[in-house]
Design a protein around this ligand. Structure first.
Ligand code: TYC
Length: 102
């Protein structure tokens, strides 16, 4: 709502300008080398999934090339991508993790 002030200024109410934060989908990508068990452990640790859900996501990535692990605000999504890439790199696996705006 716009409010006309006595002094002639027009104030747009603050709450009207606030948009919900844009959200980002975080995906794992398939490759031919990262062990399935490593991927399941990554999904459990970084995306808070139980072993069954993590296994289903890993198998989807393996079959379809990519799989959705979670949807987060931008800073959380980018932190997860970095943590996963760092963890995989240290372990010597080429696992890739990407984010896409919803
Ligand atoms: N394709 C891998 C293999 O056969 C397993 C794998 C699954 C790798 C998911 C990456 O994001 C991935 N060992």
């Amino acid at each position: 709502m716009a409010t006309k002030h006595d002094n002639g200024t027009l104030a747009v109410r603050e709450e009207q300008k606030l948009k919900p934060p844009s959200m980002f989908q975080v995906y794992l990508l398939n490759d031919d080398y990262t062990p399935m068990e490593f991927v399941v452990a990554v999904i459990q640790e970084y995306f808070n999934k139980d072993r069954e859900s993590a296994t289903q996501i890993m198998l989807k990535v393996h079959r379809d090339g990519k799989g959705l692990c979670g949807v987060y605000p931008k800073d959380i999504a980018s932190t997860k991508v970095e943590l996963v890439l760092t963890h995989a790199g240290k372990a010597g696996h080429p696992l890739q993790c990407v984010m896409e705006e919803v």
